[in-house]
Design a protein around this ligand. Sequence first.
Ligand code: CLF
Ligand code: SF4
Length: 301
Amino acid sequence: MRINQSMENTGAEIERHPCFNLEASHSYGRVHLPVAARCNISCNYCHRDYDCPNESRPGVTSRLLKPEEAVLRIYEAKKFFNNISVAAVAGPGDSLADPENTFKTFKLIKKEFPEIILCMSTNGLNLAENAKYLDETGVKFITVTLNSINTKIASKIYRYVNYKGVIYKGEEAAGILLEKQLESIALCIDNGFLIKINTVLIPGINDLHIKELSKVLKKLGVYLFNVMPMIPAEKSFFHKIGIKGAGRHDIVNATNGLEGINIMKHCRQCRSDAAGLLGNDLSAKFNEETDHGKEKCCSKV
Ligand code: CLF
Ligand code: SF4
């Protein structure tokens, strides 16, 4: 199925995307807009009092923004750092679990800041069914968190998957999630989206699986592969049973020698309300000075 209308400028936009391009990260910044509260799966390293650890550092509660407040957030961020090239929705839940706010936010930003690149991260469960709307909205850069292509391994990572209102568990849940992830990655790549894969490295669970995973991603035509260390959120299942987070050395060991795929090495595991340069998060600064977000993130699915 061909869905895309407007991918011809993606190449030029990479030059201004701080995550997809290391060079750009030195001078261009991004703003994360925490408008997506809910999640449709349950990762064992996550606790829903905290930001989504797939694209943010756990242990920091966020304030949710309404789409209109998200636009104001960009104006505020620009006061501190003007060279904002990317606006993204990266949680604190999943961007597409309840996509209304995410799409409304993107539409408002496109109108107010047509030059800003739109970016989004998701667990991929609802991506295929939303790909057409993302394309129409002008989103070209998408991150999918894919932790395993083996349902046995994946069943140790996810407590449940809520697909279209039905709760699945165990390998059945892992199978549904994986099928939707692979379907949506292939669909998006076929239609010109630039896809980055985030994989959360979990010692003893998927750390020996990265090479196999990278081969599948290469075949699919993924643009960038980002293996990030798991930081178990306090009160998460992994935290409770004592599974330790991964360190930088685990990432180096797991990604060393991978061939045929670009490896991201400059990820900062940003908060879902991060702003500015990747290496210099401004969110704390303007969170103190402004108070557009009133609702605290503590949204259970
Ligand atoms: Fe945000 Fe992610 Fe878009 Fe970047 S972050 S949604 S691609 S604009 Fe970047 Fe932050 Fe790493 Fe993400 S450094 S956590 S990779
Ligand atoms: Fe938590 Fe993110 Fe997993 Fe949802 S996708 S359960 S918010 S880590």
